[in-house]
Design a protein around this ligand. Structure first.
Ligand code: ZN
Length: 405
């Protein structure tokens, strides 16, 4: 039984007068094994800790020598084994939780009994340098000549900047532990379908590339529950799909320096979103749903904000009764009922795409009315002469119109 993790040896009974020199040893990446010395079939079971500086390993007796096992945080890859002799705590961290669980079970067993089957023990021989090498979790590549032949599978954070990348290689999309990916300052225009296999990705930075459309693959896979940061600044994107609302964990979105004329109303309905950057686009107005959000940080600078609406909509505010088609469409959108081209005809599908969200959260179709309100959202927005920004609102009813105009 072997385990690779960080190990820290702490004195479980510190001296009564601990002077400034009494410092706990720092955690070191170790190859941990439990077994007997080679050729000693009846010998004592020992716990061996090998690291890069000591590949022969330090050995500790286990039988009748474990005072306590602190296993409350095993699921987080942490646990501590307290020994009687020498009196110390062996603290494990950054371990694979299931391996650590098995290992502690075996330590407990070996403490109580001598007849542990050999097949679940290891032969305690010195380990090779490769075994005590700490896995590479972070890699920064800032020019094409630094690009390696293969990427370590253990990577959690990968930066590839200014490498003239035109496509994302399968090597990147098959990194199982990748959490942060920065591919800024390249030539990317799209992300491959295999990108959805990055099931742990929390942060994706793609600034200064050549995307002309929003990478739709981000709306697939597990991104809805993992992705927290998305940076698409300085691309050439003109439309953001309303399905972006599926990214329920997104906290931070940067869309500055693109070619956006509109933002989807759904952007104002994203439950986690707190930081939105949309400066230097071509926006005429912002979606009314933004008025119901409490953002911590927003940047709307350098947009035209002309906010012109057709005369018909601004002057004509009578509400009509919804048609039967509209009532059915509202139910489909409000309940997120799934449909395909086999279920509905082309006209109905196009009609469903015209759904709008009123600021009250209701869906509105043709019976609703569009309005434009200028709201002062911050006294520090000095780049606008009036300090007000136009918001386009799709009122679902007369009472919504009365309360928000
Ligand atoms: Zn409403």
């Amino acid at each position: 039984m072997r385990l690779k993790c960080e190990v820290q040896i702490l004195n479980s009974r510190p001296p009564i007068s601990s002077g400034p020199s009494h410092k706990p040893a720092r955690a070191v990446f170790c190859h941990v094994s439990l077994g007997r010395k080679p050729g000693q079939n009846d010998g004592p079971i020992l716990l061996m800790l090998c690291n890069a500086k000591n590949r022969n390993g330090d050995k500790y007796k286990v039988h009748k020598n474990v005072e306590n096992i602190f296993s409350r945080f095993t699921k987080e890859g942490k646990a501590t084994v307290r020994l009687t002799e020498p009196p110390c705590d062996i603290a494990f961290s950054q371990a694979d939780p299931s391996q650590l669980h098995m290992f502690l079970k075996l330590v407990r067993f070996a403490c109580e009994r001598k007849d542990v089957p050999d097949k679940i023990l290891s032969v305690l021989a010195p380990v090779s340098a490769k075994h005590v090498e700490k896995p590479v979790t972070k890699l920064d590549i800032s020019k094409p000549s630094e690009y390696p032949m293969s990427l370590p599978k253990s990577l959690e954070k990968l930066t590839i900047n200014e490498c003239l990348l035109r496509r994302v290689s399968p090597q990147i999309t098959s990194l199982p532990s990748l959490q942060e990916l920065d591919m800024g300052f390249n030539q990317l225009t799209t992300l491959p379908d295999s990108f959805s296999e990055l099931s742990n990705l929390k942060s994706l930075l793609l600034p200064c590339n050549k995307f002309t459309t929003f990478p739709d693959v981000l709306l697939k896979g597990r991104f809805h529950s993992t992705l927290q940061v998305l940076d698409l600044r300085q691309n050439e994107i003109s439309i953001i799909p309303s399905d972006i609302v599926k990214l329920k964990s997104l906290l931070k979105l940067n869309l500055s320096h693109n070619k956006l004329r509109h933002l989807p109303e759904s952007l104002g309905l994203m439950v986690s979103l707190r930081n939105v950057q949309v400066s230097n686009n071509l926006l005429d107005f912002l979606p009314g749903t933004f008025l119901t959000q409490t953002f911590e940080n927003v940047d709307f600078c350098d947009n035209p904000f002309l906010g012109q609406l057709p005369e018909l909509f601004t002057s004509f505010f009578s509400f009509t009764f919804p048609s039967l088609a509209e009532c059915a469409a509202k139910v489909i959108v409000q309940h997120g009922i799934h449909y395909t081209v086999e279920d509905l005809d082309y006209v109905s599908i196009n009609y469903l795409k015209t759904a709008h969200r009123c600021i009250c959260g209701n869906i509105s179709f043709e019976s609703g009315k569009i309005g434009l309100v200028y709201k002062k959202i911050s006294s520090t927005l000095s780049y606008l002469s009036s300090n007000s920004i136009p918001f386009q609102i799709h009122y679902c009813s007369k009472s919504c119109l009365e309360s928000f105009k």
